[in-house]
Design a protein around this ligand. Structure first.
Ligand code: MGD
Ligand code: MGD
Ligand code: SF4
Ligand code: MO
Length: 746
């Protein structure tokens, strides 16, 4: 009756290959797919629970419209017509800056964001807000400066390293690398390899490491500065590498002059000097790589910390080398280059903030709506993203959404954002559609999987997200009349289609910028899937490096490459290696001299200001908020906001707030006791769990709680406790450092 089908997980950016036993159109069992070349059979308990993603009581089945304070079912025709009319009316009255798009950070698929952003640009706007801009903006900005272009995201080549440093990364729980738990076990077992963890608490990863640098929360800047000083003092830098591959080091090195490493390590970080010395030696003198994560990204000093991590890698010769920090082989980037030094880069109206990698930071959105500027944001389209749970300062977000003239949510479930929107449109789930993601980082091999549907659509009214965007674009009149021959050519195969498309564009050069749309419409109709057509588009427009890498795998160079590849992709539902990038990793650097540019002028000042004395002052907490809230632990009992049915945790408590035994004793709080947590933004009542995994002075609430399932809300939504002012100069939320206090309930 049932059948094993190949697919992938969609619950984190690893997108592990999975096999699913499907019976009566339901996922009954899940196991890792050993044929997947990237994940090789790996699967965590979230992946095993994927049925809860696909089958749950809150799935959307038809379009909804808000009438008064509730939603009513409407037809697609009505939905598309009304939304299109309203969008055009707002544009005519207020201009393009009135629109924003939210989404694109989804770990299950990205085809709809391509067309979503085109829709936005047809309306005349560039206000794209992505979840990724609340974790990586500082890092991507630094990456852009070092490598010459934003989008040059670099990654740690952990599987080939001897020394892996998990810096603010709890891989045992959050994965974030292919086969993370296997990796951690291998590092432990192999006497020639080791894991160093830099984390203020005994995380599940720290429990399994060789060296744990348990620094005081937020003191990473001092540790990084000290490590670099130690390297210079011991002559551990790789002078040959610096001469050949690095520029600007002469101007940057003086930033570390006279820094008292020992004092910083012992007095500020609270660490043992010799332990740091040994960790630094291992980083500098062995095949090392560093994976930093949210402990760095959503924390204080994220920009200079990311900068110093790159300095550390570059001066020890660990950049662009096997087992070090590498530029991955990519087909399409996570976003566009949006260098703020270019006067054409848009700024937001209220905060004057610029995007990084094309995307604006979610923190500013409520203020960009709730103001009196004539060009404020008045309408938003949200797709595959749940800002009313995932974005900082939910209370501000709720006010902003109420103030919008139009809000549209495209999702598979009736989530917290959908509940507030004027229109809610049902997308096919990732188990019901073809799709792919840009997170499949690797080097030199380029791994690719086009996920194939394993389930029939739950409702015959749900559509591919990209098809919904296309319908809206067409309804607004942005699609030109297209010749029947283009639709026909699609049926004759990809090569024939590309020929016809080339000829069409030659005769209609004014439509060149509409190619993705035309492809989605005509080839999408022929293939019966807009997403498939967009994937063909990606393959055609792949970079020179990608095409050379594909040719190295035996794909025919020239016009027929795409069709051959596409057929191969369809024939490999487990995913495959599509290209092998050639030349060395330095060749991907976008600076003309192909060197790593270590001088970032704007950071001179913040780097100089990061002295021991200044940091000691800045680390002090206000007396009314003596503790820190780690707002959003990416724990194994949560999957962002994707698994809503609490049943998937089978009795495990996902809602309690972790706390250290010592802090609990000081406050007189018992395990399981309900307390009140108070922050600048608001307060909540929550049960305490005394945990060995909590650092002193920090309390932890999991990310992605406070979800409503079947009308009942489970747990505390931690973003209600975050204020939009808890952020840094890039408007990056300091989710790992929200000052708070705990009060006993009488
Ligand atoms: N099970 C599960 N896995 C997930 C997710 C999920 O929801 N559930 N979500 C996925 C997503 S979208 C992401 S982005 C990742 C996030 O993955 P991680 O970044 O690994 O997740 P966090 O829970 O934030 O863990 C970061 C670590 O940083 C540490 N930390 C806190 N403050 C500091 C500090 O001051 N200095 C240093 N050095 N460390 C500090 C914390 O103690 C914690 O152990 O997880 C992904 N994987
Ligand atoms: N306080 C705090 N906030 C955080 C974090 C934190 O640590 N602390 N972590 C942040 C991080 S790292 C991230 S990545 C973000 C994640 O925040 P979001 O980008 O909101 O990601 P998800 O929770 O994964 O929400 C994805 C939405 O996509 C929907 N979806 C699933 N499949 C489909 C589909 O096929 N089509 C469509 N259209 N929709 C679909 C889901 O139902 C869900 O509503 O949260 C951030 N928020
Ligand atoms: S590691 Fe991520 S992609 Fe892999 S099974 Fe777990 S949640 Fe899914
Ligand atoms: Mo994330």
């Amino acid at each position: 009756m049932g059948e094993w089908k190949k697919s992938s997980c969609v619950l984190c950016a690893q997108d592990c290959g999975l096999e699913m036993w499907v019976e009566d159109n339901r996922i009954v069992r899940v196991r890792g797919d050993k044929d997947n070349p990237r994940s090789q059979g790996y699967c965590c308990r979230k992946g095993l629970s994927l049925a809860h993603y696909a089958h749950n009581d809150d799935r959307l089945r038809y379009p909804l419209k808000k009438v008064g304070d509730h939603h009513e079912r409407i037809s697609w025709e009505q939905a598309i017509k009304e939304i299109a009319e309203k969008l055009l009316a707002i544009r005519d009255e207020h201009g393009g800056r009135a629109f924003a798009y939210m989404g694109g950070g989804s770990t299950g698929g990205q085809m709809e964001v391509g067309l979503g952003l085109r829709l936005l640009s047809f309306l005349g706007s560039r206000y794209y807000y992505s979840s990724l801009a609340q974790e990586f903006s500082n890092a991507y900005w630094v990456d852009g400066r070092v490598a010459g272009k934003q989008g040059m995201v670099s990654i740690a080549d952990v599987h080939k390293a001897e020394t892996v440093v998990a810096w603010g990364w709890n891989g045992w729980m959050s994965h974030q690398e292919p086969r993370t738990r296997e990796l951690i076990k291998e590092l432990k077992k192999d006497p020639r390899r080791r894991l160093i963890v830099v984390d203020p608490r005994v995380s599940e990863t720290a429990e399994r490491c060789d060296i744990h640098l348990q620094l005081k929360p937020g003191t990473d800047t001092m540790l990084l500065k000290a490590m670099i000083r130690i390297i210079l003092d011991h002559g551990w830098e790789d002078k040959g590498f610096i001469a050949e591959h690095v520029s600007g080091w002469e101007q940057t090195a003086p930033l570390f002059d006279g820094f008292d490493a020992r004092r910083a390590i012992t007095e500020v970080c609270g660490l043992d000097y010799d332990a740091v010395l040994e960790a630094t030696r291992l980083i500098a003198r062995t095949k090392s790589c560093i994976h930093q994560d949210l402990g760095i990204y959503t924390n204080r000093n994220s920009t200079i910390n990311n900068y110093m991590l790159h300095i550390l890698r570059a001066i020890t010769g660990r950049f662009c080398v096997e087992g070090g920090q590498v530029y991955p082989a990519i087909l399409f980037p996570m976003g566009g280059d949006s260098d703020e030094r270019n006067p054409k880069t848009w700024r937001s109206v209220k905060h004057g903030m610029f995007p990084v990698l094309g995307s604006f930071p979610p923190v500013i959105f409520p203020d960009e709506v709730l103001n009196e500027h004539p060009e404020r944001i008045r309408a938003v389209i949200v797709s595959a993203c749940n800002p009313l749970r995932s974005y900082p300062d939910t209370l501000a977000y709720e006010k902003a959404f109420q103030a919008l003239e139009l809000s549209v949510c495209i999702d598979i479930v009736y989530n917290e954002t959908a509940r507030q929107c004027d229109y809610v449109l049902p997308s096919l789930s990732y188990m019901e559609s073809y799709d792919t993601v840009c997170f499949n980082f690797s080097y030199p091999e380029f791994y690719f999987q086009m996920r194939q549907p394993v389930l029939q659509p739950l409702s015959d009214e749900s559509k591919e997200g990209a098809a919904i965007m296309l319908d809206l674009i067409k309804a607004m009149g942005f699609m030109p009349e297209l010749p029947e021959s283009l639709y026909q050519a699609g049926k004759e195969g990809i090569t024939a289609y590309l020929g016809a498309m080339g000829a069409y564009i030659q005769d209609n050069m004014q439509h060149a910028r509409l190619i993705p749309l035309i492809l989605a419409e005509t080839l999408g109709t022929a293939l019966g899937s807009v997403n498939q057509a967009l994937i063909v588009g990606l393959l055609v427009s792949g970079s020179k490096a990608f095409k050379a890498g594909a040719a190295a795998m035996g794909y025919p160079e020239g016009f027929s490459m795409t069709e051959t590849m596409f057929k191969d992709i369809l024939a490999h539902p487990s995913g495959m290696i599509l290209a092998r990038f050639r030349g060395d990793n330095f060749s991907l650097i976008r600076n003309e001299d192909k060197k790593l540019a270590l001088r970032i002028e704007e950071l001179d000042e913040p780097m100089r200001a990061a002295t021991i004395e200044n940091e000691q002052k800045r680390l002090e907490l206000p007396p009314e908020y003596p503790l820190l809230l780690h707002s959003g632990l990416h724990h194994e009992t949560v999957a962002n906001t994707n698994l809503r049915n609490p049943a998937w945790n089978r009795g495990r408590d996902a809602d309690a707030m972790f706390m250290n035994e010592k802090d609990a004793a000081t406050l007189g709080i018992a395990d399981g006791e309900k307390v009140r947590i108070v922050t600048k933004a608001s307060a909540a009542e929550i049960a305490v769990e005394i945990s060995p995994h909590a650092a002193e002075g920090v309390v932890y609430i999991r990310h992605g709680r406070g979800l409503i399932y079947n009308g009942v809300k489970y747990g505390v939504n931690v973003n209600e406790l975050v204020s939009s002012t808890d952020c840094d100069e890039f408007f990056n939320p300091l989710h790992r450092r929200i000052p708070c206090r705990i009060e006993k309930l009488s």
